[in-house]
Design a protein around this ligand. Structure first.
Ligand code: GAP
Length: 440
């Protein structure tokens, strides 16, 4: 067990940095904001994309046994009837008769006392509140028009199981991966982008022969924990926590969470669940489709079991920001630096001409064009060079390339490394090779 402890001050520091440097803005801010929704700014959109690309690279690109999918967000009630979400995907709510506040019963320290007004014994009977967003498809209201915004991407993989099996030439064990938006009408959204009503998930359904499910469950628990470590999160800030029996979702026979030490304590980043044959069986029963695999060699038909690593992209981005945030004293000054893994960092390189005079701008832009063809790069020519370095440190850019007046003569540039602040001078013709060595 890790001895990491929460750092409550980190929360405001990261939220402020996100606003100040263009990672994340409160949505509809000019109208006073809108209920725990957020917009990803110029730097945040790059970082979020990098989180998703890093996941896709590990889960699809580098694997021969996983294929991708992009299923629709809108879906008919039948999908959610079969999945169990219409019946089970709800939280118990109570209203306080004294002050009118509404609370999630399972979140209360004292189930008899209202945390808003302090009165005891004033709660109504609990009511189940379904977390799915319901809407209508087409202009006519009424039967047949009901639709739901998906509360998880997972069902897209189950209802396309036969399509993928028939077209991809894969056989169990194999997986279907998807990244996309999900929507939940959370009763208690909060902690910045940790829990929002609109968020992005990165989920993979791994279909296996039933007798191999425990082996693959353990495999994916280890793989997924390691993924966060490989992308720069210190292992002491992570743990794998198996669920107790009373915590398990309606579909799961075993689940473990990858948890991260957030500023308020341990919190879930990802769940790895053994879903058994629940989903395929449910959809086969409700739709009448055959959702099974015929193993020719053994001449047997079976419903594969499913191991599901399900992560949140937006929540994971927040964890990367918190794990990377660092302040150090340099020359009696505080240097704020995001020590992000280069795969996750919004920009890999920043090109900084020493001055914005035309004689430097032209050739510096040529260097930018050369680098940005291969790597996401920033170009910044305003303010003193020291301040520009600090700005890049704050958004986690691993390398700054400075084009100065000597560069006009020697056709060389200075490369500054973010964490050590060490500098090397290199011929421009060697820059791409050097970056390839350091960034891949
Ligand atoms: N298909 C299984 C499933 O959806 P989940 O634990 O409910 O499992 C998976 O969600 C991941 O999605 C969570 O570990 C979390 O990272 C992310 N997630 C879930 N609800 C979220 C919310 N309201 N806001 C942000 N991320 C959320």
């Amino acid at each position: 067990m890790s001895d990491a402890v929460p750092d409550p001050e980190l929360f405001d520091k990261v939220v402020n940095l996100c606003k100040r440097r263009g990672f994340v803005f409160p949505s509809a801010e000019i109208y006073g904001g809108f209920r725990s929704t957020y917009d990803y700014g110029p730097v945040g959109v790059l970082m979020l994309r990098n989180v998703k690309d890093a996941w896709w690279r590990s889960m699809v690109q580098l694997r021969h046994d996983v294929v991708g999918l992009d299923a629709s967000i809108l879906s008919p009630p039948q999908v959610w009837e079969a999945s169990g979400h219409l019946q089970n995907f709800s939280d118990p709510l109570v209203d306080c008769r004294n002050c009118g506040a509404r609370h999630r019963l399972d979140n209360l320290d004292d189930p008899d006392q209202c945390p808003t007004c302090g009165m005891k014994g004033q709660f109504t009977e609990p009511r189940q509140f379904n977390l799915m967003f319901k809407t209508q498809a087409g202009p006519v209201d009424g039967a047949g028009a009901d639709a739901y915004l998906r509360p998880e991407t997972a069902q897209g993989m189950f209802i396309n199981f036969a399509n993928v099996l028939n077209t991809s030439r894969k056989k169990p064990p194999f997986g279907i991966a998807q990244i996309g938006k999900s929507f939940r009408n959370e009763i208690t959204p909060g902690n910045f982008v940790f829990r929002t009503r609109e968020f992005e998930q990165m989920e993979m359904e791994f279909f296996v022969p039933p007798n191999e499910s425990q082996k693959w469950y353990e495999y994916w628990c280890n793989e997924r924990l390691q993924w966060y470590i490989d992308h720069g999160i210190d292992p002491s800030l992570l743990m794998l926590r198996p669920h107790d029996a009373d915590e398990l979702s309606h579909y799961s026979s075993a689940t473990a969470d990858v948890e991260f030490m957030f500023p308020w304590g341990w919190g879930e980043l990802e769940g790895i669940a053994n879903r058994g044959d629940y989903d395929l069986t449910q959809h086969a029963t409700h739709s009448g489709a055959k959702l099974e695999y015929y193993d020719q060699a053994a001449n047997e038909r079976y419903v594969p079991h499913v191991i599901e690593p399900a992560a949140g992209a937006t929540r994971t981005m927040m964890a990367f920001l918190m794990a990377a945030y660092d302040e150090e004293t340099v020359n009696d000054d505080t240097r704020l630096v995001l020590r992000l893994h280069h795969r996750i960092a919004p920009f890999k390189v920043a090109v900084l001409p020493l001055s914005k005079k035309d004689e430097l701008r032209g050739p510096a832009l040529d260097v930018f064009a050369m680098i940005s063809d291969r790597y996401q790069a920033d170009y910044d020519e305003t303010q003193a060079i020291g301040r520009r370095y600090r700005r890049q440190d704050e958004i986690g850019t691993p390398y700054c390339v400075t084009f100065d007046f000597d560069s006009l003569e020697d056709q060389a540039v200075t490369i500054r490394e973010r964490d050590s602040m060490e500098q090397v001078r290199l011929p421009i013709s060697d820059v791409m090779g050097w970056l390839a060595e350091h960034l891949g």
